[in-house]
Every structure is written in structure tokens, then in C-alpha cells.
Ligand binder design. Sequence first.
Ligand code: FAD
Ligand code: NAD
Length: 474
Amino acid sequence: MSRQFDVVVIGAGPAGYVAAIRAAQHGLSVACIDEWTNKDGKNAFGGTCLNAGCIPSKALLESSELFHRAQHEFKKHGITTGEVGMDITAMQKRRAGIVRQLTAGIAGLLKANKIEGLVGHGKLLAGKKVEFTPVNGDVETIDAGHVILATGSVPIELPVARYDGDKIVDSWDALEFTAVPKRMGVIGAGVIGLEIGSVWARLGAQVTVIEAMDDFLFMADRDVARTAAKEFKKQGLDIRLGAKVTGTELVKQGVSVTYEDKEGTQSLEVDQLVVAVGRRPFTDSLLAEDSGIQLDDRGFIVVDDECRTRVKGVFAIGDCVRGPMLAHKGSEEGVMAANLIAGEISEVNYDVVPSVIYTAPEIAWVGKTEQQVKESGRAYKTGSFPFAASGRAKVMEQTSGMVKVIAAVDDDEILGVHIVGPMAGELIAEAVLAMEFSASTEDLQRTIHAHPSLAEAIHEAALAVDKRALNYIN
Ligand code: FAD
Ligand code: NAD
């Protein structure tokens, strides 16, 4: 007789494992299938985020930032050291150790919640059945009350720059380099391009980023993008905009890259080339022909606002469905899907999904950019506060950047908060909470912020919306 579960989740990334845990918290019987294999051949739960994305990238961003600051900032604090050295093997060992601990933690969480963690491939058949092909053992068909598809995404490959795993690589390979490339090229000045470019630039690589769009960080508020572009330039990141890669060739020393910009055909030679031009939903070998699941023209599983697919009882969440490819967005969809399966009312507020880019300075925002508000036709007001006027930023030696608050003229509702500066990724949480509660700038203005703290910059920017900033000339 085939095994039966109330819920079968395919994929144990931040969308899938969170959905599984929430379903188990509702008292449902749950299986979670995942096939992720790390470069050492070992399987691990946690998906892209824990194994090859959010966590390893932030581990290296932290190490490389400390190295950079030790070299360039310690003197200002009156701290002298000998020559600051770098042990890339130790750095990578730390990164791998953190990944191992956290992915083992997911396995522990599944077990503690009595979730059956199944290592292998899952395939959705018709009639809410799932075919499970274990890494070791025989294929079985599992009966599911509900199925949640959470199979994530994979890097897009460019026909003109095919991965070879050595000189032309994706973001995962670039997080596992064992030596600092002398000259590194990155195609795509998106989130991955900037984060990975920053890591290796801080560790000594000469980094050139080739970006097809004319506008830098086109998805961010223009004021933030301009400030960030200036900072990255100061740091030595060579970002070439309006540049379309037309070809690559493996040469003795590395890769020769040809691209077109408004001046014509250009070429660049690098030791290693990272392709970071976006990710695509991953549904390979996931769906039986008669599964009934529909994909859109970009390969995303079609779902409604509640992440229901066209097949009753089958949900899809995370990177394999529409919306930003962010771990926290996928996790919230996982919670929603599990709640709905358990018969609760649940929703995701897609208007307040924060975005963070973990460069130095960090970039973070929530809500609409000024351009989007302008296009919406709603009358608005803005207030900004520079970190140069923040006491806390000053003592941290991190005064670049600013906070910008955008609010509606009619009812003072906060429409967007944009930060470029120290700890922006942490600071944005206050703005997310404020917007989740439909707060006005007056609510932020009346809220006491500890002194001296970076969060005071949010307070001051909210005050500046009404020309009432206290520590800056309005
Ligand atoms: P995934 O994490 O991709 O997990 C899907 C899982 O399903 C995988 O384990 C896969 O092996 C498994 N799977 C797929 N098909 C099957 C199948 N048929 N059977 C069994 N298993 C299957 N996001 C952030 O929010 N913050 C960050 O700082 C951040 N940094 C990133 C850095 C990098 C370098 C990258 C690449 C991504 C980063 N992201 C970040 C994006 C984040 O990793 C994704 O948004 C997130 O992992 C998506 O979660 P998911 O659960 O939908 O999919
Ligand atoms: P992205 O969409 O952020 O950026 C891709 C960039 O490549 C864009 O600027 C695009 O214009 C450019 N591009 C596309 N084709 C090109 C070409 N042929 N030549 C030159 N440039 C080209 O994608 P990404 O950086 O690969 O990241 C993928 C996903 O992972 C993103 O959706 C992101 O949300 C997620 N992610 C998030 C974080 C974070 O939250 N901190 C970190 C890393 C990745």
C-alpha cells in the first residue's frame, strides 16, 4: 500500500521547509522531498538559500568586509596592526561550516516537527499523487491530501557565455573560489553581480561588471541608485552600463569577453567570468504530462494570489512562482499555503516585501520608489536624512548614504522607504513594520528612537517629510 500524507512538499528551500513546518504545526502529517546535492556529493536541506545563496554569500561578504576595514579603517581608530593578511582557505572553511550547521539545523527542525524528510526527486502525478525517487532505494508513489510545489530557481545561462565551471561560472561556483582571481568579470550588475563583485573586489580582485541596462540598479529609487553608484566607483568596482555581451572565448589566461556599448565593440580579458543575469524557475522533471499544472511563458508555475495552482489541492510557492525571488517572500508564501490547507484565512502582503542588497554600504527598500509613486499620479512628499549627520554613523566611520521616506500628501501614509547606508538591511525592518500597519509619517515622527542609533536617521527622514528634521537643515 502506498504511503499517505496530508501534505507533501516538493523542495526544502526557505519556501518549502517553512511550509512543511507550518503544516506540521497545524497537526497535519507532512513529507518534504528534496534532491539538493552539494559539491562534496552530500545531500542537504535548505535549498539555494542556505547552500548556495543567501547564507554563503553573506558569510563571505562579512569576512571580506572585515578584511577591507582592517586594512583601511583600523588606522583611523588608532589601531595599528602588522600587514593584514588573508587566508582564503580559512575564510572558505568558515563559510562551509556555517552552511553545514544551518542545513543540519533544517534537518533537525523537520525531525523535531515529525516531518518525513525524503531525500530524492519528487514528481507531481495526476490526482495529487507524488512519485518519489529516492537517492538510494526504489521509486514509490505517495498519496497526498495536498501538494505544495517549492522547487525554486536556477541561474539563467547565456548562450554567448556558457558555463564551464572553471573560467565561466555561475554564482555558486563564484562563492567557492579557492583563490582570488586577479581580474574578475561579472555579467549583470544586479543583486548577485554587486554582492559577489564586492566580495572579490574587497579581497583584491580587479572587478569589471558589464550591465546591459543604461540605468544602474533600475529597480531601486533613483536617489539611492545614484548614491550607491558613486560609492561602488570609489571602491574600485568598474561598472560598465549599456553594455551587451556578444561573445566570449576561452583564452590561455582566462576569458576574452566582447561586448557592444554606445561607443561600439569593446573587449575585455579576465581570469574568471561570473554570469549573473538572473535566475529562472526550476520545474525540470517535476510535472507529469497529465499533472494539469500550467506554466506561463517564462516557465513560472501559474498561481493566484493565494498560491493556488489550477489543480485543486496543489499549491506552488517561492522562486518557482511570480514575484520577487527572495527567501522571505517564499517563506511567507509557505506559511500562507499551509494555513490555507489547514482551513485558516491567510494572505501575503506583497506590497511590503523588503529588498536588501548586502553591499557596503547596504541598500534596502520597501514599498514604491519615487518614480513609481509619480507614475501612480498620487500627490506625494519626500524627506531625506544623510548618515553624514548621524552621530552613530560617524562613530562607526560609515557616513555614506541616506534614508528617504516617501509619503502621500492626502493622508500622510508612508508609500516607500529607501535606505543606502550602514546596516540598511536591519534598519528597513522598522519601515516594513510601519507600512504593514499602514502607518503615517506622523506615526514615525512621534515614535521615540534611541540615541545615538542609526534608526534615528529614519526618524529624522520622517520629520524631514514635513520639513521638521531637527538635526539637519530642512
Ligand atoms: P530554493 O531555495 O531554490 O529551493 C528549492 C529546492 O527544491 C532545492 O533544494 C532543490 O534542489 C529542490 N528541488 C527542485 N526540484 C525538485 C524536485 N523535483 N524534487 C526534489 N527536490 C527538488 N534571497 C534573499 O532573500 N536574501 C538574500 O540575501 C539572497 N541572497 C542570494 C544570493 C545568491 C548567490 C543567490 C543565488 C540567491 C540569493 N537569494 C537571496 C535568493 C534566494 O536564495 C531564493 O529566493 C530562495 O532560495 C528561494 O527559495 P525556494 O524555497 O523557492 O527555492
Ligand atoms: P537580477 O535580476 O537581480 O540582475 C540581473 C542583471 O543582469 C540585471 O541588471 C540585468 O539587466 C542584467 N543582464 C541581463 N542580461 C544581461 C546581458 N545579456 N548582459 C549584461 N547584463 C545583463 O538577477 P541576479 O543578480 O542574477 O539575481 C537573481 C535573483 O536572486 C534576483 O531575483 C534576486 O532577487 C535574488 N538575490 C537576492 C539577493 C538579496 O536579496 N540580497 C542576493 C542575490 C540574489
